[in-house]
Design a protein around this ligand. Structure first.
Ligand SMILES: O=C(O)[C@@H](O)[C@H](O)[C@H](O)C(=O)CO
Length: 474
């Protein structure tokens, strides 16, 4: 007899798993330490005129599978009306069996809207009406959805030149207790050969208050911005290292490279690697001083479809998994940081699962400082945040390191409805532990297992990141 689809014991295949999920994981609050939510939409408690706006206006995960399902771009990012876009999504969802979006779509309908029917072309009209009526009512603003999901901390992803005005305004809200903290994402400072570098440098000069016309001034400006983010509650940085490079260099050489970039607009690949290496080692020293966590997101292959990149820009569903050897440059970068004064708390992610053993084992080369889980092999990211990917990452972490010290899941999302990804992860975590217990591979020690689940779901992150004054969830 087939189990009911997406029932209360969804993904839970043993009594232990069921008990661990329902009695421990299910009601834990959430620390979402990496996402792409708009701090302005949180500040404004943005409401959504319909489910198309909430689901389809910015989610390139959905755009990508709609294209793969043969939906015309007009109904994805084009000028079709919202109901027709929703219908295109409703026609796509039944084709997604096996894809996490099939699970996430129905989890979100269940958890936020009390809809338990399958979404398809036939049920779309009634679901459109039922969901939109709720979205247009009370309790479905951006801040409401965060509060309802028991999220105590949201870390947005922010450029160093950002004013953080929205984060400041959110902090002053008396009726909203979730910490919304900026993450320092200095990609444009590192990408010295991209067209964005010079215009960004002009922005940096403005917020710095002095012209950034030398490498010394550049580093001073970056330091000023790191401390500005710290004063705003920031405790996390994030770096997209699509191609991981490392090259030893000196401050003098890095300065010459920076001057060449200003004068000539381009530097060699070797010089770019030296700029990135020296700047990252410098930033890591600041992160360590301020007890921040540094995230490294490795091996994305971005914006692969040039015509569509020109038309829609980045993060629009045209990315892929990159590949290539990372062990030696990763070791070089982390060792360079350790040698220069010490690595900060670090979380290593790769978009390529082939890198997982390298990440998990290199992480083990830099643990220490009396910090549990100091160097984290991070959760399955982007194309891997599905059932198989999450389980693979946890199994490798367990085999190579200390799963019990894992800081767990994040949404990495642009949608306020994505917090069910934490539920998805928690179910998988409990099922993995339950499977080990059922096979006698882990002790059936309820207290030990409950503590491990609660820590991975929440307390490890709470302790690891040390966010200022997390307000306990009532
Ligand atoms: O942080 C990144 O660079 C990626 O996560 C990227 O933003 C991507 O669009 C994403 O959100 C994947 O979940």
């Amino acid at each position: 007899m087939a189990r009911k689809f997406l029932d209360e014991n969804f993904l839970l295949n043993s009594e232990t798993a069921i008990r661990l999920y329902h009695e421990t994981a299910k009601d834990m609050p959430i620390i979402d330490y990496h996402c792409h939510l708009s701090p302005q939409e949180i500040r404004d408690n943005k409401t959504f005129k319909n489910i198309t706006e909430a689901w389809l206006y910015g989610d390139h995960y959905k755009w990508r599978v709609m294209r793969a399902n043969g939906v015309d771009e007009r109904y994805i990012t084009g000028d079709a009306d919202d109901y027709d876009k929703f219908l295109a999504w409703a026609r796509t969802v039944p084709q997604l069996i096996g894809n996490p979006l099939h699970h996430w779509t129905h989890l979100e309908l269940q958890r936020f809207f009390g809809v338990y029917e399958l979404l398809n072309e036939q049920t779309a009209p009634a679901i459109w009406e039922k969901v939109n009526k709720q979205l247009q009512g009370e309790g479905f603003g951006a801040r409401d959805l965060i509060t309802r999901s028991k999220v105590t901390v949201v870390c947005t992803t922010d450029d160093p030149v950002d004013s953080l005005e929205h984060h400041t305004a959110i902090r002053e809200l008396s009726d909203f207790h979730t910490l919304v903290l900026p993450s320092f994402r200095p990609d444009k400072a590192l990408e010295i050969n991209r067209d964005t570098f010079r215009p960004w440098l002009d922005q940096l000069s403005k917020v710095h208050g002095r012209e950034v016309n030398s490498y010394d001034e550049f580093l001073q400006a970056l330091e000023q911005r790191v401390r500005f983010f710290h004063d705003a509650g920031g405790r996390v940085s994030d770096h997209a290292l699509d191609v991981l490079v490392y090259a030893d260099t000196t401050r003098e050489e890095a300065s010459r490279i920076f001057a060449k970039a200003l004068q000539e607009g381009r530097v060699t690949a070797e010089e770019e690697a030296k700029h990135k290496s020296y700047t990252l080692v410098f930033l890591a020293g600041l992160y360590r001083e301020l007890d921040w966590a540094m995230q490294l997101h490795i091996h994305a292959l971005r914006n692969n479809n040039t015509p569509m990149f020109r038309r829609l820009g980045p993060d629009t569903g045209y990315d892929a998994v990159n590949d290539g050897a990372i062990a030696v440059p990763l070791r070089g970068l982390l060792d360079g940081m350790e040698t220069a004064g010490g690595l900060p708390k670090t979380i290593l992610y790769s978009l390529n699962p082939n890198d997982y053993q390298v990440l998990a084992s290199v992480a083990g080369s830099f643990q220490g400082g009396g910090i549990a889980g100091k160097i984290q092999f991070g959760t399955a990211w982007w194309f891997n945040d599905h059932r198989d990917g999450m389980l693979e990452q946890m199994r490798i972490l367990a085999n190579y390191g200390v799963l019990a010290r894992f800081v767990g899941m994040l949404t990495d999302s642009r949608s306020f409805l994505s917090y069910t990804r934490h539920e998805y992860f928690r179910r998988l975590l409990c099922d993995l532990l339950g499977s080990w217990v059922e096979r006698g591979e882990a002790p059936d020690d309820d207290e030990l297992l409950r503590e491990m689940v609660a820590n991975i779901c929440y307390h490890n992150a709470e302790q690891y990141f040390g966010f200022p004054a997390v307000v306990p969830v009532s």
